[in-house]
Design a protein around this ligand. Structure first.
Ligand code: BGP
Length: 479
């Protein structure tokens, strides 16, 4: 029953990140990463923003989640076999920088780390699953934070360039699709996680965030340059956190505020990485935050111009509503991005407002603006799953969420959008980025592990596993 809405060769798959599932945090020469030393728990983000937060590993037990993940490091064959059983065409994963360069500033890479990813990619290729690799996903060697202060330091550009050169050179025959930084614009909300910036006195100097962005943009262009010099056919993309942004009402002031929020969150980084130049609204944005133009070195702007990305990868979980002037709006609790409640939408148990139509809008907006292929590399519903006595989870709520989003993807393709793939987030249960816990689950595969790190680590197929397998088999026709 082929409806031909999804193009032949559409990349159905799933997505994960090294720091949230591999575990084995000091195995085979891996160094400590920022993710290994982050607090866990529901208040994770509050802790990260507080002035008491210091980057230390003293309380090893407190940080268990990322240390053991779901022990994918030792279960990867079993996990990839399950992905293959669902029929994955691709698998988005990240390389742990701290496995390749334990401290980040070495010349010589860690051979055991390189070999691990060789085996992982070979395992994917055995099943004709194309690896899609994020070079840096909320994970960097801790030493680059403690010694250099994270991405605000220009030296990070050369460390990243060296790391990117090593992995691109080693794996470019096995990996065709790459992305330079996960959710690069996420730093507007969580700079500790993505830029390795440590708050002082409970706040971060905004100048540092914008300087760090600039260094990441330069690093991203260098990675594009390296990739295309190795093989002009390689596809290397950016990756942004996209939230469709609405004004609360037709008050022009709210409309303007929504436009500006959209520019800031969705387009500041993307314009630089895709169009190869800073957008005209940059000056307004810097003024808003009371910061100067970031320092550019000679040659930076030419590099950005000459090496834009090939495609746009993005995560989409929710939309957000901006209100500057109304008195009737209620602020939404839990929504990662803040904003006010949308009376037309329901929210997940974590306050993320569920909006499949917003995905069609996102796809249209991004494609109209950039005319580059789009790749939805994260989407999904975090939920508390309740397995029965056989560890079976009847996750109809997850199926409903995914189905409604796939429907609007098909509509966007009919609108003319060039969408190349879809990798729902956390295709196997893993540690949540925002809570550091296991109980916020996204997977098609249940992993027996709780928030205290207790469990058998056994894997079980959920109801959504069989549903998604059928989606892939019918190329999205049988929803
Ligand atoms: C994105 C991150 C992922 C992932 C996902 C779900 O922002 O790129 O790493 O974790 O969100 O978020 P959470 O785990 O907080 O529910």
């Amino acid at each position: 029953m082929e409806n031909n809405k999804f193009p032949k060769g559409f990349l159905w798959g799933g997505a994960t990140a090294a720091n949230q599932l591999e575990g084995a945090y000091l195995t085979d020469g891996k160094g400590l990463s920022v993710a290994d030393t982050m607090p866990g728990g529901k208040k994770k983000f509050e802790v990260l923003k507080s002035k008491e937060f210091v980057w230390t590993i003293d309380e090893a037990t407190y940080y268990y989640p990322n240390h053991q993940g779901i022990n994918h490091y030792h279960h990867y064959k079993e996990d990839i076999a399950l992905f293959a059983e669902m029929g994955f065409k691709c698998y988005r994963l990240s390389i742990a920088w701290s496995r390749i360069f334990p401290k980040g500033d070495e010349q010589e890479p860690n051979q055991a780390g390189l070999e691990f990813y060789d085996q992982l990619f070979d395992e994917c290729l055995k099943y004709n699953i194309k690896p899609v690799v994020t070079i840096s996903h909320y994970e960097m060697p801790l030493h680059l934070v403690t010694k250099y202060g994270g991405w605000k330091n220009r030296q990070l550009v050369k460390f990243y360039e060296h790391y990117a050169r090593v992995i691109l050179t080693r794996y470019h025959k096995k990996v065709h699709y790459w992305m330079t930084f996960n959710e690069i614009n996420g730093a507007f909300h969580f700079p500790a996680l993505s830029q390795g910036l440590v708050p002082s006195n409970g706040s971060l100097d905004k100048q540092m965030i914008f300087q760090a962005f600039h260094h990441q943009f330069v690093a991203s262009s260098l990675a594009v340059k390296i990739a295309h010099e190795l093989d002009p056919n390689l596809k290397i993309g950016c990756m942004i956190l996209y939230a469709t942004t609405y004004a609360f009402d037709s008050n022009p002031k709210n409309q303007l505020a929504a436009l500006q929020e959209n520019q800031e969150m969705n387009y500041y980084c993307t314009d630089v990485q895709v169009r190869g130049e800073y957008p005209t609204f940059s000056k307004r944005l810097w003024r808003k935050y009371g910061v100067e133009q970031p320092q550019f070195e000679e040659g930076d702007l030419a590099l950005l111009r000459d090496y834009p990305v090939d495609y746009i990868g993005f995560s989409y979980y929710m939309s957000t509503v901006v209100d500057k002037v109304s008195t009737t709006a209620t602020s939404v609790s839990g929504n990662l991005l803040g904003g006010v409640a949308n009376p037309f939408l329901k929210a997940s148990e974590w306050g993320w407002q569920i909006d499949p139509t917003g995905l069609r809008i996102a796809l249209n907006e991004l494609y109209d603006r950039y005319k580059k292929p789009l790749f939805i590399v994260e989407n999904g519903l975090g939920a508390f799953d309740q397995p029965d006595e056989h560890y079976y989870v009847a996750d109809d709520y997850r199926i409903d969420y995914l189905r409604s989003h796939i429907e609007t993807m098909a509509e966007a393709i009919e609108d003319g959008v060039d969408l190349i793939g879809y990798t729902p987030w956390g295709c196997i249960d893993l540690v949540s980025a925002s809570t550091g816990e296991m109980s916020k689950r996204y997977g098609f595969i249940y992993v027996d592990l709780d928030d205290q790190g207790q469990g058998s680590f056994a894997r079980y197929r959920k109801k959504s596993f069989y549903w998604y397998k059928n989606i892939i088999t019918t190329n999205g026709a049988d929803l």
